[in-house]
Design a protein around this ligand. Structure first.
Ligand SMILES: Nc1ncnc2c1ncn2[C@@H]1O[C@H](COP(=O)(O)OP(=O)(O)O)[C@@H](O)[C@H]1O
Ligand SMILES: Nc1ccn([C@@H]2O[C@H](COP(=O)(O)OP(=O)(O)O)[C@@H](O)[C@H]2O)c(=O)n1
Length: 322
């Protein structure tokens, strides 16, 4: 549910017709009705001419600017605030705990930290990332279109800088291979070049981070849309120190994907076109958002693998400086 924002027409006619006193009266009425309402995210007051949204689960109100864009809100039937989403994540956790054990065994093996987690620890579903952990960690997001070279550069970064590399595409693929109840849905969405619901992606990422016991994370292919980003900030409580953006043309990305030859269900021309569209419509706005926060380091992903890495190295060395 959203608050009734005045249309431009209504605003203009109100301004022309109503006396200043009447307008003040109307505002007071609105203030009376919502005067006590505080934003569930930032704790600030209600403002008549701002976009507000109410959680359909707990019925708390939020400033749109703290939570979700108005354009996106208009496309969802029911809005669920971050803490209600978190509850959903925890119940999801309970339902799919068993399949996740095998999934994360594979992921953990990939991160080479298997020896640090016992089976009992693996069976405990984490609720939140612990405070110490969240204070000390370093997070780098690696974003770019499909085939821009994210995975290739991440392997080199891991060798050189020793990050724990979490590729969300790989986490999802491991879930498919585990035969879990979510596997088929993930595989179908991937074939269509569509994004998997954020709560599933968030849960996989949360567990992989919690179980890795590492402090430096290279998160590849996430957040890929506004919903991923809001979930990362408000539910997973992760914020990148830096965003490496591999900028590459559609033509070059398509050429690379068609030559990737890894037997992926989504590396065919029809799915590639859809993935590029999703990237332009959903991921570029996320990159823009981090640009406004001064976190993006744009790298020319069109150059050779080694040339790209030279640039990446320079950026990450900067991050290591005190
Ligand atoms: N700078 C580059 N120049 C040429 N080919 C590249 C470059 N970077 C990656 N590739 C190749 O392009 C394909 C896609 O790269 P990949 O790292 O898997 O992309 P992403 O993880 O962004 O989808 C791979 O076959 C890889 O070897
Ligand atoms: N945050 C994410 C990351 C990947 N995915 C899914 O996983 C697929 C493959 O992602 P990927 O990162 O391995 O591959 P690229 O598309 O970057 O080449 C995407 O097309 C999505 O279907 C997702 O839904 N959400």
């Amino acid at each position: 549910m959203m608050n009734d924002l005045p249309t431009i027409l209504k605003l203009l006619s109100e301004q022309a017709a109503a006396s200043k006193d009447e307008e003040e009266g109307l505002e007071e009425e609105d203030e009376e009705e919502h005067g006590e309402t505080l934003c569930g995210a930032c704790g600030e007051n209600y403002a008549t001419y701002e976009f507000w949204i109410c959680c359909d689960m707990c019925e708390k109100w939020f400033h749109g600017k703290c939570i979700i864009t108005q354009a996106r809100a208009e496309h969802i039937k029911q809005y669920k605030c971050p803490s209600c989403t978190n509850e959903k994540l925890n119940s999801l956790n309970r339902v799919i705990k068993a399949p996740f054990v095998s999934t994360f065994a594979q992921v953990i093996a990939r991160c080479a930290v298997m020896e640090t987690t016992t089976r009992d620890e693996q069976l405990q579903a984490p609720k939140e990332l612990s405070e110490n952990f969240s204070n000390e960690r370093r997070i780098v997001y690696v974003l770019g279109g499909p085939g821009s070279g994210k995975g290739t550069q991440c392997s080199k970064i891991v060798q050189h800088f020793g990050f724990c590399h979490l590729n969300v595409g790989d986490l999802l693929q491991a879930e498919v291979e585990s035969g879990s109840e979510y596997g088929k849905m993930i595989q179908d969405l991937k074939k269509e070049g569509k994004l998997v619901p954020s709560d599933v992606v968030g849960k996989l990422l949360q567990q992989a981070m919690e179980r890795s016991n590492k402090k430096k994370f290279l998160i590849d292919g996430f957040p890929r849309n506004e919903e991923n980003r809001v979930l990362a900030e408000n539910v997973l409580k992760i914020e990148p120190d830096l965003v490496l953006f591999l900028d590459c043309s559609e033509g070059e990305m398509t050429r690379r994907l068609l030559n990737r030859n890894q037997g992926r269900v989504d590396d065919n021309i029809d799915t590639i076109k859809k993935r590029l569209k999703v990237y332009a419509e959903s991921t570029l706005p996320v990159i823009d958002y981090y640009c406004t926060k001064g976190k993006v380091r744009k790298i020319d992903g069109e150059k050779s693998i080694d040339e790209v890495f030279q640039e990446v190295k320079g950026v990450l060395e900067e991050l290591d400086k005190p």
